[in-house]
Design a protein around this ligand. Structure first.
Ligand code: TXA
Ligand code: MG
Length: 344
């Protein structure tokens, strides 16, 4: 289905989609971050279909999406002071909060954990569908497990056609990387997955906020089960290049020459600051600038898919500074590159 961005809850398609979700179908829809693959969170059979369609490991829990605070009360034991502050500042928006779950939330959704991840997405189509279905909707990103998350309906179609019951096309998503996942159940609030809401924004509201040590490279088991999988991987071999600006340009250009000589198709992912610097690459994708990395986040997953579609077999991505939205970008780049760095 293709829907206008502003939708009426009585829109005939919305009524139909809501009805189908209530009947246990699994349907992809846009959110402000990436497309989600939705199912009735209270229907274990429907939720099970999500894991099959995505090829998702069953120990990786799902985020439950809500449209109203009444729906939150259905799912969680209590809403503490810090959660209230976050909800007030960031919902609807790209922030997922971990709560102690109520009994009725299926073990399948939470992968056996006693907590549940919840968010209220900031997208008119997502909100209207959830409200019309009058259900909490479990929705992981609507990609095959291991592929980059989808930021257009076409990406969803390419990954999941024939495996799901429908796709709602709301055009490209805006944020481009997934929501930030935060856990408030410990002593200090801890970010388990960097995403659309930055740590700096969270610190402004909460004071001290920690980043799960597993995210910054210390080798512990991450507390968010999904973060342990290699993710977002393009087919081509990918490296992140990090170091002094001028040296980076030289190094990348010499690598382009070297790899081209042995017949590799070379792709570069960078910002517009360096767009003109790598003329001999087979494909240069540049988004945003060092001072505004949001367009790079918006187009990151699309870029990884474009490299694949063009048969690029050697990808060099320029590192960005790990602050603001740059932290989420680097986190996804590291996963896509299998943590491979060229340090200059
Ligand atoms: O932006 C998003 O969050 C998108 C859109 C569709 O809303 N959804 C998304 O879902 O990225 P998914 O399933 O691809 O990622 C969910 C992440 C995983 O890393 C998972 O392990 C973590 O959230 N998670 C879910 N429940 C959790 C829990 N109870 N405790 C810790 N981590 C949890
Ligand atoms: Mg995902």
């Amino acid at each position: 289905w293709k829907l206008p961005h502003q939708v009426d809850i009585k829109h005939p398609d919305i009524v139909e989609i809501a009805k189908r979700l209530r009947q246990g179908e699994i349907i992809a829809f846009p959110t402000e971050t990436v497309y989600g693959l939705g199912a009735n969170a209270l229907d274990a059979k429907a939720v099970a279909k999500i894991f099959v369609a995505k090829g998702r490991p069953s120990d990786n829990p799902l985020i439950v999406h809500i449209a109203t605070m009444e729906q939150l009360a259905l799912l969680v034991e209590e809403i503490d002071e810090n959660s209230r502050k976050l909800i007030e500042h960031f919902w609807p928006g790209p922030l997922t909060i971990i709560f102690k779950k109520k009994e009725m939330v299926s073990e399948l959704v939470t992968a056996g954990l006693n907590t549940v991840a919840v968010r209220m997405p900031n997208h008119p189509i997502a909100l209207t569908i959830i409200e019309a279905a009058n259900l909490p909707i479990a929705a992981p990103s609507a990609n095959r497990s291991g592929k980059p998350s989808p930021t257009t309906a076409e990406h969803v179609f390419n990954d999941l056609n024939g495996k799901i019951d429908g796709i709602v096309d709301g055009g490209p998503t805006g944020v481009g990387v997934e929501s930030t996942v935060i856990d408030l159940t410990g002593d200090v609030p801890m970010v388990l997955r960097p995403g659309g809401v930055t740590i700096e924004e969270l610190q402004e509201v909460l004071g001290e906020v920690k980043l799960d040590p597993a995210i910054v490279g210390q080798k512990e088991q991450p507390r968010s089960p999904g973060m342990k999988y290699r993710h977002y991987a393009p087919t081509g071999e990918m490296w992140i290049v990090k170091g002094d600006d001028r040296e980076i340009i030289k190094k990348i250009n010499s690598l382009i020459k070297e790899k081209s000589l042995i017949g590799k198709k070379v792709g570069i992912l960078t910002t517009n600051d360096h767009r003109e610097s790598f003329q001999e690459a087979d494909l240069i994708l540049a988004y945003g600038t060092k001072d505004n990395l949001y367009p790079l986040a918006e187009h990151l997953y699309e870029a990884l898919r474009i490299f694949d579609l063009n048969g690029i077999d050697y990808i060099l991505a320029e590192a960005v500074e790990e602050k603001g939205i740059g932290l989420a970008i680097m986190n996804r780049l590291k996963k896509a590159a299998g943590e491979k760095f060229i340090q200059i």
